[in-house]
Write a protein that binds this ligand. Structure first.
Ligand SMILES: Cc1cc2nc3c(=O)[nH]c(=O)nc-3n(C[C@H](O)[C@H](O)[C@H](O)COP(=O)(O)OP(=O)(O)OC[C@H]3O[C@@H](n4cnc5c(N)ncnc54)[C@H](O)[C@@H]3O)c2cc1C
Length: 276
C-alpha cells in the first residue's frame, strides 16, 4: 500500500537520525500496513553488505548472514561439508514462509527478525543455531544480542531508536552440531502455528530445543545430555506454559500446545537418530 506520510527515501547510512525515520529492507511488512508517523525511509539494501560470509574474523568463526540477505539468496546457499545440517535447516525454514518466490526475492532475513512475528521462520533458523544478532548504531557502536532476547514480543525487537540489525552470526560450534526441524500449521500451506528446532552438540551431548510460532517469542530449553522423551516434554511444557502459548487466527493455544509437545518428541527422536 502507499505510505502517504513518507516525504523522502535516503540511504540507510545517512548520518543524522531524525524523528519519523524508519529502516527499510525488502518492504514486504512495511508496505503491508499503515505506518503512522513515518517521514523518511532509510534504505538498508543499497549499502552493499555481503549477503553471506563464512567468517573467522575477531575470533568469531562461523557464518555471518547480512540482515539484508534475501530469503532467495539464503535458500541458494551451499554450506561447506563441516556444517552437516545447515543446508536442510535453511531449506526447511525458507519453505516455512507462507510466501511465493516473488516475496522470497525481496524479503530479507533481517527484516524477518526485526518484524518479530511469532511465525518468523528466520527467527526459528537463527534460534536453532543459537545465533547472535549484531546490532549497530550509526555512530558505529555495536552490541551482540542472543536471538531469543532480540525478539521481545510480537512485532517488537530489542532495538533502540537509531539502532539497526547489521547481521546474524551463527557460531562455528553450533554449525557443526546436528539439527532437527519440525513444524505444524492448520493446513498444508498455512502459516506456522508450532515450530520446534533441536540442536545436538555432538561433542558434549548437550541438547537444545527452541519453540517458536506457538509462542509470542522464542522459548529455549537446554539439557546437558539427551533426556527421556517424557521429561523433555514436561520441561518444554512447563517453560512455555509459564510464558504463555500464542493465540491468533493461525491456531488456538491448546492446539498449539498439543502440537508443540508432539513435535518435541519427534525432534528428539530425529536428533538421536542422526547422532547414531
Ligand atoms: C505473502 C506474504 C507472506 C508472508 N509470510 C510470512 C511468514 O510466513 N512468516 C513471517 O514471519 N513473515 C511473513 N511475511 C512477512 C515478511 O515477508 C517477512 O517477515 C520478511 O522477512 C520481512 O522482511 P522485509 O525485508 O520485507 O522487511 P521490511 O518490511 O523491510 O521491514 C520489516 C520491519 O523491520 C524493520 N527492519 C527491517 N530491516 C531492519 C534492519 N536491518 N534493522 C532494523 N530494522 C529493520 C523495518 O523498519 C520494519 O519495521 C509474509 C509477507 C507476505 C507479503
Amino acid at each position: 500500500m502507499d505510505l502517504p506520510t513518507v516525504e523522502a527515501m535516503v540511504p540507510g547510512d545517512e548520518a543524522d537520525w531524525r524523528p519519523g525515520d524508519c529502516w527499510l529492507a525488502g518492504g514486504t511488512v512495511l508496505f503491508s500496513r499503515p505506518q503512522q508517523g513515518v517521514r523518511r525511509l532509510r534504505d538498508l539494501t543499497v549499502l552493499g553488505w555481503p549477503s553471506l560470509a563464512a567468517a573467522d574474523d575477531e575470533g568469531r568463526p562461523g557464518l555471518d548472514i547480512a540482515a539484508t540477505c534475501t530469503v532467495a539468496t539464503l535458500a541458494r546457499y551451499r554450506p561447506p561439508a563441516r556444517w552437516p545440517d545447515l543446508a536442510v535447516a535453511i531449506r526447511r525454514c525458507c519453505d516455512a514462509f507462507l510466501a511465493s518466490w516473488k516475496i522470497w526475492n525481496v524479503a530479507t532475513v533481517g527484516g524477518n527478525l526485526c518484524a518479530a512475528l511469532p511465525a518468523g521462520p528466520m527467527i526459528s533458523l537463527a534460534a536453532a543455531f543459537d545465533a547472535r544478532c549484531d546490532v549497530r548504531r550509526l555512530s558505529g557502536e555495536r552490541r551482540l544480542v542472543p536471538v531469543d532476547a532480540f525478539v521481545v514480543e510480537p512485532g517488537v525487537a530489542a532495538l533502540q531508536p537509531g539502532e539497526y540489525l547489521h547481521a546474524i552470526h551463527l557460531p562455528e560450534r553450533e554449525l557443526t552440531g546436528r539439527i532437527a526441524v519440525r513444524r505444524a500449521s492448520l493446513h498444508p500451506l498455512g502459516r506456522s502455528a508450532a515450530f520446534v528446532t533441536g540442536h545436538l552438540d555432538v561433542e558434549s551431548g548437550r541438547l537444545r530445543l527452541t519453540v517458536t510460532a506457538a509462542t509470542p517469542r522464542p522459548v529455549t530449553v537446554s539439557v546437558p545430555a539427551p533426556t527421556a522423551a517424557a521429561s523433555l516434554v514436561d520441561m518444554v511444557d512447563a517453560q512455555v506454559s509459564a510464558e504463555g502459548w500464542h493465540d491468533d487466527v493461525h491456531g488456538l493455544p491448546a492446539w498449539r500446545r498439543h502440537m508443540t509437545l508432539r513435535l518435541v518428541e519427534q525432534v528428539r527422536a530425529d536428533l538421536l537418530g542422526a547422532a547414531r
